[in-house]
Design a protein around this ligand. Structure first.
Ligand code: 5GP
Ligand code: ZN
Length: 114
């Protein structure tokens, strides 16, 4: 069994509320949602953080943004707006070291972020 929590979601050894998947990515609802819609989009491949992206990962990062737009429409947050966030490292509050994109919507977000 994988030691990485999100690899566990990919491999289905850890339960996740998966709302979308394809051969490159998996999207599932955050267990502690910070907004009415809070979905995590992750590459199937284990990449620890944004800093660990390799040239061969260029395709999947672009694909994740397309999936984010598709899910934003499907989840009903495209019209009013939404946010896509990647936390990288300690100061940003990254807690799970498998690259993930937060898709957040359904409420107003302040700027700058806290
Ligand atoms: P980070 O703080 O690393 O950017 O985001 C990690 C996110 O993963 C957090 O929003 C947290 O709520 C979520 N999370 C942590 N453990 C689990 C889990 O077991 N299942 C799901 N669905 N989300 C999780
Ligand atoms: Zn992983």
């Amino acid at each position: 069994m994988s030691e990485c929590l999100f690899c566990g979601v990919v491999e289905r050894t850890i339960k996740g509320d998966v709302i979308y998947e394809d051969d490159a990515v998996v999207a599932f609802r955050d267990i502690r949602p910070q907004a009415p819609v809070h979905v995590l989009i992750i590459p199937r491949k284990h990449i620890a953080s944004l800093l660990d992206l390799e040239t061969e990962d260029k395709g999947v990062t672009g694909h994740i943004f397309q999936v984010a737009a598709k899910l934003a429409r499907e989840q009903g947050i495209a019209k009013n707006g939404f946010r896509v966030v990647v936390n990288c490292g300690t100061d940003a509050g990254q807690t799970v070291f498998h690259l993930h994109y937060h898709l957040l919507g359904g409420r107003h977000f302040g700027w700058p972020p806290g």
